[in-house]
Design a protein around this ligand. Sequence first.
Ligand code: AMP
Length: 132
Amino acid sequence: METIFTKIINQEIPSYKIAENDSFYAFLDINPNAKGHTLVIPKKPIDKLFDLDEETYADLFSYARKIAQAIEKVVPCNRVGLSVIGLEVPHAHVHLIPLNSMNDANFAAPKEKMTSEEFITLANKIAEAVEN
Ligand code: AMP
């Protein structure tokens, strides 16, 4: 099923893109738990993460690690956490969240407010830190 994430992948709607390859796309979450909160998605429009085929599933985590390492270089944090929710957008994705406290992992907590300029600057910095 196509969702808003398919439109993002196809550049039909804008996103604060960090990186992409043939199979995956990484971009800043527009409603972040913490600055640097990033989504990594497969380009295939599969709803549930655990329904991905074995290869896509393994490669997604490998790609997510690369993005998490870039986030950790750029965003001051104790570590980068990974969460799987999927209650809002039915297109498989993992959340990479810079963590300083347990509250940063709490999706029900008030969100971080960022200006468009802040999103752009941060996405560019993380993008530059991604190792090829
Ligand atoms: P969930 O499906 O519950 O894992 O949550 C989906 C996440 O996607 C939420 O954290 C939203 O803030 C985020 N999100 C929804 N639409 C967009 C968008 N257009 N650009 C970036 N992030 C989005």
